[in-house]
Design a protein around this ligand. Structure first.
Ligand code: SF4
Length: 96
């Protein structure tokens, strides 16, 4: 399942540039969150969630309780994101 950022977050921002999917963002109040649709638990890229490895605060990043996902679900998400990126790259190469 996707990861989520809990109330323990101090907003240090160390995770944001490290997410390979750009899934981490901050709202207007500076509170960090993870976009469920873009978080793949770093499957196929890192051995464990990169944000979890880097975060200095205990219990700040945890598996989301909102929805459960199997490894197959996450792999489908990895493929969907890759296809979306490929089309975007193609569009910008063609000047669209
Ligand atoms: Fe990004 Fe990986 Fe953290 Fe998900 S687990 S938010 S993909 S760094």
């Amino acid at each position: 399942m996707a990861m989520s950022i809990t109330e323990a977050c101090i907003g240090c921002g160390v995770c944001l540039p490290e997410c390979p999917n750009g899934a981490i963002d901050a709202d207007d109040s500076g509170r960090y969150f993870i976009r469920f649709g873009l978080c793949t638990e770093c499957l196929t890229v890192h051995e464990r969630p990169r944000c979890l490895s880097l975060c200095p605060i205990p219990q700040c990043i945890e598996p989301s309780q909102r929805r459960t996902e199997t490894k197959e679900d996450l792999l489908r998400k990895v493929h969907r994101i890759a296809i979306h990126r490929a089309f975007r790259a193609l569009d910008s190469a063609e000047g669209n």
